[in-house]
Design a protein around this ligand. Structure first.
Ligand SMILES: Nc1nc2c(c(=O)[nH]1)N[C@H]1C(S)=C(S)[C@@H](COP(=O)(O)O)O[C@H]1N2
Ligand SMILES: [Mo]
Length: 254
């Protein structure tokens, strides 16, 4: 057992009184740290990861604000991935957008007992949560908005996530790149699959019809235009098609 194994195991023993802890332990104790690809920066990210996951309670809540705090909110990326010529253009998305997303489905796959697809109406039948939170973009701006959606954890439980699950990968319409989050973030009580923003259906420029909200991480981890969710029982940051391989820090806890 190496030092990191020991620390992460101890953290789980200390912090794992909740059922959640024992849920996360089996798969993840095998791969306590994301790979570094020999990069110094990645090693520093891993130290941040290790420090936060060791010292902070994994389920600490991001601050929530009141309606008066809601601010203007820039949109990042394409105006719409359905617009020919736009960055991240997708014919699939264009057709879905044309149909008002009636044919859009979220696919849930991988280390789950019940893989399947969900329409927007299906997702809206889950209990919803509304939260007003601050988004922090790596480019240096912040913005506050109200988000409504279902907890990612509800979806994972409904899909029968395996006890060995270690991380959750997100595929989107506007990019070939895959991103992932660990189970502490995936099961975090503020991690949402959001379909509403500021009381209205999510606008296309903000990721319609469904986006991720990971309030414990920098803005780019909150993927827009969700297409597929894949649960993995070994650590997977998307490898060569992952964000991390493009030089983005995989873990950006705030
Ligand atoms: N699919 C997808 N998700 C994405 C992005 C993107 O370009 N495509 N941009 C990211 C970045 S850098 C930020 S800051 C937020 C911005 O969300 P917003 O466009 O709603 O402001 O989305 C993140 N999620
Ligand atoms: Mo960002």
């Amino acid at each position: 057992m190496n030092k990191f194994d020991a620390i992460s195991r101890r953290r789980f023993l200390i912090g794992g009184g909740a059922a959640l802890g024992s849920l996360i332990l089996p798969g993840c104790s095998k791969t306590p740290l994301p790979p570094t690809y020999g990069s110094l920066l990645r090693m520093a990210d891993n130290l941040t990861y290790l420090a936060q996951r060791t010292l902070l309670p994994g389920q600490s809540l991001a601050r929530e604000y009141s309606h008066e705090d809601i601010s203007s909110f820039p949109a990042i990326g394409a105006v719409s991935p359905g617009q020919p010529g736009a960055r991240g253009y997708s014919e699939l998305y264009r057709d879905l957008q044309k149909g008002g997303f009636a044919d859009w489905r979220l696919s849930v796959e991988g280390a789950v007992d019940r893989p399947g697809t969900y329409s927007l109406a299906d997702l809206k039948r889950f209990p919803s949560r509304t939260q007003i939170t601050r988004h922090t973009c790596e480019e240096g701006w912040t913005a506050i908005a109200e988000w409504t959606g279902l907890l990612l954890s509800s979806m994972l439980l409904a899909a029968g996530m395996h006890r060995s699950a270690c991380c959750v990968c997100f595929h989107t319409y506007d990019s070939e790149l895959v991103d992932s989050i660990d189970m502490l973030d995936a099961l975090h009580p503020q991690t949402l699959l959001a379909y509403r923003m500021n009381g209205r259906d999510l606008l296309i420029r903000h990721g319609a019809p469904l986006r991720l909200r990971v309030e414990s991480q920098i803005g780019y981890k909150s993927r827009k235009y969700l297409q597929r969710i894949v649960v993995k029982d070994t650590f997977d940051d998307g490898g060569n098609s992952g964000f991390a391989a493009q030089g983005w820090a995989w873990y950006t806890g705030i």
